[in-house]
Design a protein around this ligand. Structure first.
Ligand code: WQD
Length: 351
């Protein structure tokens, strides 16, 4: 059974990906310093899969501690690297913290890939590398524009580092450019746990609907889109998770000739903020308390994916709809509220 090391395994996409990997026969270990996640989320993974997953509570910026994990696990056949800071606004306020954390951790990990000759490496990248695209939908050949934030620059720089590293080793790499991950596992056992006030749209919607937030704001409705609000490509976290399993299988099959290959992971359709809100209201039956507010600095007007390459090469076929995103996200939010006592004892205090 191939052993996969998942960094950031206690995070939103990491934990859902571990479920998919285990369900597809992989043995998995997690490395997560839990600075922005809770190790108990792996109890939820165990509840879903029946498998215990060990987390190494290690900061990847500490090379010696990272190296020790590889010395202890000499049978790692692949790595999926999620661990990074990802809050756009925070990155503008603290750029050096973002460059140091996201790049030093990547470089330490790649040093271990080289030292231990790990054959497969999958990197969590983001559509943010495209900046404000001239044309949509974007394909993997769309030239990235200047990033809109230090967070976006760390993703662009990480891709460049991996591309150059790939020329020097025999390891094969895949860069997965996520569009907007959202939703939760249909079981309602794991989901997104934003720290503090949610920045992202879907948790802002569900926390408003459940009453944790009094009223949410739509950041501008005067953009050149069909209803004036920003357009994005919302992809269910379980579809995203499965794309990581397919990426490893693609690498293991030997089909990839390139040392480093990029794939867009989006549904291929653009949804505006107001359309997303209306989809939530229709799916949940809840009336959302929101008002139109000022634009948010750094927001791109519209972006969504051309996902032909992932469909053709990886055999990826997203299953979940926007309504599924809203219904699973809402189910998760309701579970968080209903089980606050049980939940906080299992997952620690909600921030
Ligand atoms: C989506 C739309 C907001 C909250 C970022 C990163 C991306 C990825 C996902 C990490 C925008 C609007 C939001 C609210 C709103 N990050 N919005 N009111 O900015 O597209 O992408 O997060 O992987 O890399 O760039 O996602 O969910 O923050 O915003 O109107 O309370 O929702 O203006 O148009 P974004 P988002």
């Amino acid at each position: 059974m191939a052993k996969i090391l998942v960094t950031g395994g206690c995070g939103f996409i990491g934990s859902h990906t571990i479920v998919d990997l285990v369900e597809n026969g992989y043995e998995v270990i997690s490395v997560d310093n839990n600075s922005r996640s809770n190790p108990n989320i792996l109890l939820g993974v165990e509840k879903i899969t029946g498998k215990k997953v060990k987390n190494y509570k290690v900061d990847l910026c500490n090379f010696d501690d990272t190296f020790a994990i590889f010395q202890e696990n000499t049978d790692i056949s692949g790595i999926i690297h999620f661990a990074a800071y990802k809050a756009v606004g925070e990155s503008v306020a603290q750029p050096l913290m973002y460059f140091e954390n996201n790049l030093v951790s990547l470089i330490n990990l790649l040093k271990c890939v080289q030292e231990f000759n790990i054959p497969h490496f999958v990197f969590s990248s983001s559509c943010t590398v495209y900046g404000e695209p001239d044309e949509i939908p974007v394909t993997e050949k769309t030239t990235p524009k200047p990033a809109e934030s230090p967070y976006g620059y760390t993703k662009q720089m990480s891709e460049q580092i991996i591309n150059e590293f790939a020329k020097a080793v025999t390891t094969k790499h895949i860069l997965l450019r996520y569009f907007n991950p959202a939703g939760a596992h249909p079981s309602g056992i794991i989901g997104e746990m934003p720290l503090g006030k949610p920045q992202n749209l879907v948790p802002a919607i569900t926390q408003t609907a459940i009453g944790r937030i009094e009223k949410m704001h739509v950041f501008g409705n005067d953009y050149p889109t069909r209803d004036g609000s920003n357009m994005r490509d919302y992809i269910h976290v379980c579809d995203l998770a499965h794309a990581h399993t397919l990426s490893l299988q693609y690498l293991e099959s030997g089909k990839q000739t390139e040392r480093c290959k990029v794939f867009n992971l989006g549904t291929g359709s653009g949804i505006t903020v107001l359309e997303a809100i209306h989809a939530f209201e229709k799916t949940s039956g809840e009336k959302l308390n929101y008002e139109i507010g000022p634009r948010r600095p750094g927001d791109v007007v519209a972006i969504y994916a051309n996902n032909d390459l992932a469909r053709e090469e990886l055999g990826w076929n997203p299953q979940y709809s926007l309504e599924d995103i809203m219904s699973t996200a809402w189910k998760w939010e309701q579970r968080l509220k209903a089980d606050e006592t049980v939940f906080s004892s299992q997952y620690g205090e909600l921030n």
